[in-house]
Design a protein around this ligand. Structure first.
Ligand code: HEC
Length: 135
C-alpha cells in the first residue's frame, strides 16, 4: 500500500528539512551573539577588524578563520583566541592587553618574534574585536 508510506516519507523529509533549517538558524544566532559580545567587550567593530587583519598581513604568520589567505605558520593559529587564558603566554587575556599586544608586541617583550607592524590604536581595537569572535 504506497499511500501511507509516501505520506510517512513526506513527513520525514519535511521534519528533516525543518530540523536542518533550525540548526542553521541556531548557528547564525550564535555567530551573531559572538560578534555582538566581541563588539561590546572591546568597543571595536569586528567587521572592520576582519578587513584590517587582511590589510596588515597578519595572515602571513597566523592561521585566522574567516580571513582569506590567512594560513601562516610562523605564529600560533588564532582560532580559539577568545577562550585562551593568556596572550602569547605572557599577558592575561583582556581586551586592553590584546590591543596592546597587537599594537606593540615588542613593548611587551623585546625578544618576541612577532614584529611591530605599526598598527594604530583604533585598528588594534577593531582587530581585537574580530579576534574575540574566534571561539
Ligand atoms: C612575522 C610574523 C607575524 C606577523 C606578521 C604577525 N604575527 Fe602575531 N605572532 C607571531 C608570533 C611568532 C607570535 C608568538 C609570539 C610569542 O609568543 O612571543 C605571535 C603571537 C600573536 C598573538 C598571541 C597568540 C596566542 O596564541 O596567544 C596574537 C593575538 C597575534 N600574534 C596577533 C597578530 C595580529 C593581529 C597580527 C597582525 C596585525 C599579527 N599577529 C601579525 C608572528 C606574527
Amino acid at each position: 500500500m504506497p499511500g501511507p508510506s509516501r505520506v510517512f516519507l513526506c513527513v520525514l523529509a519535511a521534519t528533516t528539512l525543518a530540523g536542518a533549517a533550525a540548526i542553521g538558524a541556531d548557528a547564525l544566532q550564535r555567530r551573531r551573539q559572538a560578534w555582538d559580545q566581541a563588539a561590546a567587550l572591546t568597543l571595536g567593530d569586528p567587521a572592520l577588524g576582519q578587513g584590517k587583519i587582511a590589510a596588515y598581513g597578519c595572515g602571513a604568520c597566523h592561521e585566522i578563520p574567516g580571513v582569506d589567505g590567512a594560513s601562516g605558520r610562523v605564529g600560533p593559529p588564532l582560532k580559539g583566541i577568545a577562550g585562551r587564558a593568556y596572550i602569547a603566554g605572557r599577558l592575561n587575556n583582556t581586551p586592553s592587553n590584546l590591543e596592546a599586544w597587537i599594537a606593540h608586541p615588542r613593548r611587551v617583550d623585546p625578544q618576541t618574534a612577532m614584529p611591530e607592524l605599526g598598527v594604530d590604536p583604533r585598528d588594534a581595537r577593531d582587530i581585537a574585536a574580530y579576534l574575540y569572535t574566534l571561539r
